[in-house]
Design a binder for this molecule. Sequence first.
Ligand code: S3P
Length: 167
Amino acid sequence: MQVILIGFMGSGKTTIGQLLARTLATNHIDLDEFIMQKAQQSITEIFATKGETYFRQLEQLYLKQTLKLPGVLSTGGGTPIIAPNAALLARSKIPIVWLSTSIQTTFQRIQNDTSRPLVNDLDTTALIKLQKKRNPLYQSLANIIIPTDELTPQQIVAQIQRQLKLA
Ligand code: S3P
């Protein structure tokens, strides 16, 4: 991998990953998408039928695999929160970009989403708590931080390219 995107649900990891990969003329891998293809099940189905612990095992297995592939990797919101995954990401020496999004923007984007099991299962207070708890972990792993609230996808990609000096 050339760049890794991390951030909370709704921070734009997939959208920005696709656009950044297109701009750099490289591959884009979305870890959730990769897991769904391998498991032949949606993330919601995996959580519902086998539980979050099983999902996290798949996530760790496929994180290891995708880190070896070329391109831009969009992780899941919880990927870097699991200690062994954080260690894998840090050891990889691949530049890590945190797409940082305010709680307000996060909620505008994810509140009506039914495809995210944690959004379905947790109430607003619990989701806010989760984001606040995770932010320092995202921050500690990130080589660069992009506060995305006021930026268009094109501006975010341009900032990533400029800050990481990617042609
Ligand atoms: C999760 C985020 C999701 C997905 C799963 C768990 C999380 O990815 O991996 O539902 O723990 O925050 P997105 O951040 O792409 O929604």
